[in-house]
Design a binder for this molecule. Structure first.
Ligand code: GLN
Length: 514
């Protein structure tokens, strides 16, 4: 049986990926497509429902993102959100214009509880609004099913046609009952049964991978991060010893991390695969000697990574498949899926395919969001510690050491970071803070220790909370914890005589330092 699917049509709204994630949280598979996608292509996917996202345009402007009228006539329920709602109304004969009062933020909405969309939703419910335009006049056939003080048509529906338009954003968590509304849409209105479950996904994927690979040889570059680890374990369950994982230790990992990767994936670990660890620390350190500029460091680390991997791959000889840990946001953001303009190079191992003798790439996680990758990891029996690992940049500590990277500085930042993480965990804060780490500044200053003058480096502690990594707020760490960390770092890490706590949010700062 075909997997049921909801299609999200992307009009460039900032929450478009969230819409798809929420639908998947309802156990219904969902994919994002640009509004430019051909209607025939959409129809061919046989979606159970279609959701139109928000977007930055005003739909009455010349050249604004739009869709064909026929989209509303294919007999599949359509839910328009914000821009999507306005566009639906305009195309079907209503009127949209600049609102006399724009709404932004949490707003109380009064809903008609007899609507299928609002079943089990409170009559007065807080929703997230973000609009300058509004539906001045609904299209014929529709009835209004929600309003606010300033917005007479906060939602409208045309029951028989299965068309729903809502001005607010149910996908955003600030819309308190938004998940219920999306749940109602996919189950009560689209009639989905909910066949998107991670255990089933794992089972099917393993079977498909086994069939696809046959007796072939598979090669995987393992970074120790979540995506490549989950991909590797999945392949190992599918084809066991036909899989070889190459782990390049570039000497820029967190303290003990190289050994931890080896413990899990090496011969004494639980998985059936061939594990090759390349200890290339010295090669990376010597290439990085004297290099201070962050982009240069990134480039050198990336290129050297490929060199090392290439040499190993040559020893292994030709393989049939190369595994990559691409995930769904990579697909959407590289312009293949939705409408977001960002083109980013996203592989841990950029450019790799040119250097390795292989026939085909396999990307077992290509359909998954990060939280789904984590769930799959748990389904596969990977430890929670590994599965919930914090994001760690590909160039590793190379970009958490400001300025030149030396083995000595690597050791300093590793030790400081380990102490920091240990104390955060001891204080029970490790589950509540999004991301935290230590970075080594390039600043040296005078201090005094044991009556002796020191002239040493300063370490910066970073701790942020972020929902989507696009913006971040600093996490407040209790002062006792900070001073304990400071004390231990100064006492235990030779070469550091000052500790800073970075209170910069993103923007204007970034989460990482370089
Ligand atoms: N640009 C439209 C407006 O301002 C839609 C906004 C949105 O989709 N969030 O009303």
């Amino acid at each position: 049986m075909d997997r049921e699917k909801i299609v999200v049509i992307d009009f460039g709204g900032q929450y478009n990926q969230l819409v798809a994630r929420r639908v998947r949280e309802c156990h219904v598979y969902c994919e994002i497509y640009s509004y430019r996608t051909d209607l025939e292509q959409i129809k061919a996917m046989k979606p159970k429902g279609i959701i139109l996202t928000g977007g930055p345009n005003s739909c009455y402007e010349e050249g604004a993102a739009t869709c064909e009228k026929e989209l509303f006539e294919i007999g599949v329920p359509v839910l328009g959100l914000c821009y999507g709602a306005q566009l639906m109304m305009q195309i079907l004969g209503g009127h949209v214009c600049k609102a006399p009062v724009r709404e932004y933020g949490k707003i109380e909405v009064t809903v008609d509880q007899t609507s299928k969309l609002f079943e089990n939703v409170s009559e007065k419910t807080i929703c997230w609004m973000s609009h300058n335009d509004y539906i001045e006049e609904k299209a014929p056939g529709f009835r209004v099913i929600a309003h606010t003080r300033d917005c007479p048509t906060a939602a409208a529906q045309w029951d028989e046609k299965g068309l729903y338009a809502i001005q607010f954003h149910p996908e955003v968590l600030h819309t308190v009952e938004g998940f219920k509304m999306l749940h109602n849409f996919v189950y009560r209105i689209c009639g989905c049964v909910g066949d998107w479950k991670m255990d089933a996904f794992v089972e099917t994927s393993i079977r498909t991978l086994r069939e696809k690979v046959g007796k072939g040889k598979v090669l995987c570059a393992l970074s120790g991060g979540v995506d490549s680890s989950v991909a590797a374990v999945m392949l190992s369950k599918a084809v066991g010893g036909q899989l070889t994982c190459v782990f390049v230790d570039h000497g820029l990992l967190r303290k003990n991390e190289g050994d931890e990767v080896e413990e899990v994936f090496g011969p004494s670990g639980p998985y059936d695969l061939n594990f090759i660890r390349v200890n290339a620390q010295d090669r990376f350190y010597s290439k990085l000697k004297g290099v201070e500029e962050p982009e240069n460091k990134r480039k050198i680390i990336g290129e050297e990574f490929i060199r090392v991997f290439e040499e190993e791959a040559k020893k292994i000889g030709a393989v049939d498949f190369l595994v990559q840990g691409t995930i769904y946001p990579d697909v959407v953001e590289s312009g293949l899926g939705g409408e977001s303009a960002v083109i980013k190079s996203h592989h841990n191992v950029g450019g790799l395919p040119d250097y390795v003798d292989f026939k085909e790439i396999i990307e077992p996680l290509r359909e998954l969001f990060k939280d789904e990758v984590r769930q799959v990891g748990l389904e596969l029996g990977i430890s929670e510690k590994l599965v919930n690992r914090q994001p760690f940049p590909g160039p590793g500590l190379g970009i958490r050491i400001i300025g030149e990277v030396t083995p000595k500085k690597v050791r300093m930042v590793q030790e400081a970071d380990a102490i920091y993480r240990e104390e955060i965990a001891k204080a029970g804060l490790d589950k509540t803070i999004g991301q935290y780490f230590a970075a080594l500044t390039n600043m040296r200053s005078v201090g005094v220790m044991g009556d002796e003058r020191t002239y040493d480096y300063a370490v910066a502690l970073r701790a942020v909370n972020t929902v989507d990594f696009m913006t971040a707020e600093i996490a407040e760490i209790p002062f006792e914890v900070l001073s304990k960390v400071m004390n231990r770092i100064i006492n235990e890490v030779k070469g550091i005589n000052r500790v800073f706590y970075d209170i910069t949010s993103k923007p204007p700062g970034t989460i990482e330092f370089e």
